[in-house]
Design a protein around this ligand. Structure first.
Ligand code: AMP
Length: 399
């Protein structure tokens, strides 16, 4: 039996999930939020109960120390040496990492170097990695990259039609994101329909506050909607998704803003929030729409339309679609979003099963027997993928 910690460190947060492998049971999970504050939140689930404390947590090292001490004091572990491996989610692996990798000095340096492509994420992940290396120096740490699954895209897909030197000098290209989630739900879909992944053409829709779509052929990603950064693709909670890039110049002139300030608005004040003026949360927009708020409906319609447009494009690229998967916060919970998207795909022979689509929070097939494309809701599990990769990459089963 192996105990594996899956970690997702953000700039002021640290999410954790401790697994028993290979059985894949969750021993405990939780999150430290507001790291750096005197009133940080530490939340841990013990025997199904959520325990929340408010306490000062100066930095990620203190957060990790607090977590490890707590695992002992609550009797979840009797000794820290019981932790066999730690897996870290890393948003940007650039072209360096087509697979997860055991963390050493060179890997740390490359994650650091790639911070220029993911300035909010990679430095935060590094603080998490350093904190665990410091606290558990003898335990293997594995980096699992959001970008790895998308490394199989062809050059014609990942290259932008821009001056070629921007690629050679600055590594400007499409990298994608949410790869761990897309890979997990594609594998799960194959398992559910009882067919080899190698035979299947799957479109995976990861629709959360951040949202992306991937085209998966024979288990390999051939295209995805996010780009150099998570800003590209479909509109999201606060991100615009695709726009005419000339908007940046026009608005920077009109509002006397720098390009960076406009891009910040495209990232943080656009999408659902920008169009509706109400919220970045689709629950609020659905409530607004029910009360007749026109801009809430418009924001939701724009997103569904763009999702359907991507699926249509992937139908061509994949030369057909066997399965569409909906996952993440909106994909798993919003029957309205799923229905709206699938109804726009009638031309592909998609037929929604209304009753099944209204079921919540479970694996469910949401198309009828006659539908030419099968659609499923499959809850994502990125942490489990991280734990699996940690076992595989650190060769823990062989030890
Ligand atoms: P995630 O980023 O995957 O955690 O997804 C978070 C988003 O899921 C929230 O911002 C909401 O927009 C959406 N969401 C969660 N629950 C529901 C629900 N019951 N109906 C519609 N959207 C939901």
């Amino acid at each position: 039996m192996l105990k594996i910690m899956a970690v997702n460190a953000g700039s002021s947060s640290l999410k954790f999930k401790l697994f028993m492998m290979p059985g894949e049971e969750v021993i405990t999970e939780g999150i430290v939020e507001r790291i750096g504050w005197d009133d940080a939140y530490y939340t841990i689930v013990v025997n199904g109960d959520k325990i929340k404390e408010v306490l000062p947590i100066k930095n990620h090292s203190v957060a990790v120390r607090r977590l490890l001490d707590d695992l002992i004091s609550r009797g979840i572990l009797s000794d820290l040496s019981e932790i066999n491996g730690v897996g870290h989610r890393i948003v940007q692996g650039g072209s360096y990492f087509p697979d997860s990798v055991l963390i050493d000095e060179d890997v740390v340096q490359k994650i650091d170097e790639l911070a220029e492509l993911a300035p909010l994420h990679n430095p935060a992940h590094l603080t998490g990695i350093k904190a665990f290396l410091e606290a558990l120096p003898d335990v293997p740490n594995v980096a699992v990259f959001d970008t790895s699954f998308h490394q199989t895209m062809d050059e014609e897909t990942y290259m932008y039609a821009l001056p070629y030197e921007w690629f050679t000098k600055y590594k400007i290209r499409k990298y994608g994101a949410h790869g761990t989630s897309h890979k997990y739900v594609a594998m799960k879909a194959a398992q559910i329909v009882g067919r080899p992944l190698e035979e299947l053409k799957i479109v995976t829709c990861h629709l959360g506050n951040g949202a992306s779509i991937a085209a998966v052929k024979g288990g390999k990603c051939i295209d995805t909607s996010m780009g150099l950064t998570p800003l590209e693709g479909i509109p999201m909670g606060t991100r615009s998704g695709n726009i005419d890039p000339a908007v940046v110049g026009v608005i920077s002139e009109a509002e006397n803003l720098t390009a960076a300030e406009v891009v910040d608005i495209l990232n943080k004040k656009s999408g659902y929030l920008g169009v509706s003026g109400v919220s970045n949360d689709s629950r609020d927009l659905e409530a607004g729409m029910a009360k007749g708020n026109r801009r809430c409906k418009l924001a939701l319609d724009i997103q569904s339309k763009r999702i359907a447009d991507y699926i249509g494009s992937y139908f061509i690229q994949l030369e057909g679609i066997d399965i569409i998967v909906f996952t993440a916060g909106i994909g798993e919970n919003s029957s309205r979003c799923r229905r709206d998207v699938l109804n726009r795909l009638k031309v592909l022979g998609v037929e929604v099963d209304e009753e099944a689509n209204n079921k919540q929070r479970q694996i469910v097939e949401i198309t009828t027997k006659n539908s030419k494309v099968r659609a499923f809701v499959i809850p994502t599990n990125e942490e489990l993928m991280i734990a699996r990769d940690t076992v595989r990459i650190a060769r823990l089963c062989e030890k």
